[in-house]
Design a protein around this ligand. Sequence first.
Ligand code: MTE
Ligand code: MO
Length: 383
Amino acid sequence: SDYGREPPRHPLQKINSKQPFNSEPPRSALIASYLTPSDFFYKRNHGPIPIVEQIHRYCVSISGLVENPKELFMKDIRALPKYNVTATLQCAGNRRTAMSKTRPVKGVGWDVSAIGNAVWGGAKLSDVLELVGIPNLTSETQLGGKHVEFVSVDKCKEENGGPYKASIPLSQATNPEADVLLAYEMNGEPLNRDHGYPLRVVVPGVIGARSVKWLEAINIIAEECQGFFMQKDYKMFPPSVNWDNINWSTRRPQMDFPVQCVICSLEDVNTMKPGKVKITGYAASGGGRGIERVDVSVDGGKTWMEASRFQKSGTPYVADGPSSDKWAWVLFEVTADILHSTEIIAKAVDSAGNVQPEKVEDIWNLRGILNTSWHRVQVQASQ
Ligand code: MTE
Ligand code: MO
């Protein structure tokens, strides 16, 4: 079958679906380091992993509304200035399993680890687009509301066997500060097959679905990409919409991810001896917004403590500060005395003052995306 040549995966990856392959690491792996090693990085696929054998023949075509359509080989992309961007990738379906406990939702079940933080190395999309005559301009009149579509080589059943695709606005694609990359490295190593070898898009601050892997074509188009994953999936609906009354065209494709925060040092239910407990996890927001604050409660939300936040050790983390990685998560840590059985909660505030919803019920949606409700874990104190 098409699934006969899948790459090897680390045995600690918890498999949520085999074909296509979807897996996430245990919670504890995420807080073991600021950068997530590719072995522990979640894998989110909609079809078999493509095989690219003759790398010197591999090329990306750039066409559509451009003056000079081009085919770029890996050597052409490597000849452009190389950037290393630390960016967190998060699947819109992260924490879906918890949402489905309120009411069933459609989609692959994920615990809290459909997220990872890596250094992506590659060319800036804005530089690539200059090669076909599109200047680095953010003026809307110049760009005329156009979009940049990314097309892969994988075969997805949602696309009737066609490739995975997505688009972003041309204004974001041509803006060097948006740091959109065509990446060929992850954490200093060549991308591996699971993560898009030989070349993938990385759109920092945006749900993972727009970071197309195994990139084959870039099209400059007048309208948003009409593919399944833009128009019939990865859209946020209110709790009143169900599969009988859904009208997909009433919503826009989700782009930036909202502020998120998760405790990773504990499972959903824990037994422990009363005493001091270190509570650790991640917090991240989309659109380049930093994390202003992380609040932790060890009494079910009656009182709150502020957690300390960090990215690289040694440098103090300041939200949106000059030395912070603006597209990356922060890890947080707080130590508390736990004397009785209780509920521990974490929630974050981003640099725009956005907060997380308290209850998952209030943001339930039929596709089970963007579960950013306060993260809760139960602790049973045992003598
Ligand atoms: N690109 C292709 N070609 N095919 C896919 O199935 N999945 C998307 C995105 N890019 C996908 C893709 C989704 S939904 C996510 S969350 C990220 O890739 C996951 O990237 P990762 O597997 O490297 O973690
Ligand atoms: Mo995703």
